[in-house]
Ligand binder design. Structure first.
Ligand code: NAP
Length: 195
């Protein structure tokens, strides 16, 4: 299983730090090309590699850490995302209700990435908390995970655990995803699970 983070901003860099700490190889890409992040990535150590966007999209598991609207342009880079797991780490700040048209944002992502399995997670904490060591106060910071495909969801929950968090699977997007979307009761909850 190999991984990429798309987006090298607040969330992308916080997540890259988690992969580096766990020693899990990950590619990182943005709109500006690998040279734009090479120095930052070098500071994280060997497991994070700056890549061109098209190369990063070859990964089995692709984490979207880009502004919500940007997902569509990325999805257009392939007609078929069969076999890929897309992690939706995005929030819909600034997106109008008209744009969402009553749909869950992750369902919109899923319809853009044709045939991919999409899992929502890593979006619930502000980037500054995401960047911290998830081990705290004798426990681990909770990260909720929601997806419609059970196998993909458990694969992602396992990754979230390897990154140091305590994963809690909430079930499918219509129920669990809503809890961790903007306006949901679990977004921005900084919880520590002990034991
Ligand atoms: N900030 C937070 O505390 C926080 C917490 C949880 C979730 N989120 C969500 O996470 C996402 C990222 O937030 P952020 O604060 O990290 O944003 P950010 O700092 O503005 O970074 C956005 C990144 O996305 C990249 N990008 C934009 N369009 C792209 C495209 N078409 N292809 C490839 N890369 C593209 C940008 O590339 P360039 O560097 O080349 O411009 C940039 O590296 C958003 O959906 C946000 O709602 C944010």
């Amino acid at each position: 299983m190999n991984y990429s983070i798309i987006g090298s901003g607040n969330v992308g860099m916080a997540l890259a730090g988690k992969f580096a700490r766990a020693g899990i190889p990950v590619g990182m890409a943005n709109t500006r090309g690998p040279d734009s992040v090479r120095e930052l990535v070098a500071q994280l150590g060997g497991s994070v590699t700056a890549k061109h966007l098209n190369d990063a999209l070859n990964a089995d598991v692709i984490i979207l850490a880009v502004p919500f609207r940007a997902h569509a342009a990325i999805a257009e880079l392939s007609e078929d995302w069969e076999g890929k797991i897309i992690i939706d780490a995005m929030n819909t700040y600034g997106v109008t209700p008209e744009e969402l048209a009553g749909q869950a944002s992750t369902d919109i992502v899923a319809s853009s990435f044709v045939n991919a399995r999409v899992v929502k997670t890593l979006n619930q904490l502000p980037a500054r908390l995401l960047a911290l060591d998830p081990a705290e106060d004798g426990g681990r910071r909770v990260m909720f995970v929601s997806g419609n495909d059970e196998t993909a969801t458990s694969t992602v929950a396992e990754l979230v655990g390897l990154l140091g968090f305590s994963p809690i699977v909430l079930g499918k997007i219509a129920e669990g995803g809503a809890l961790i979307s903007i306006g949901g009761p679990l977004i921005l909850q900084n919880l520590i699970k002990k034991g």
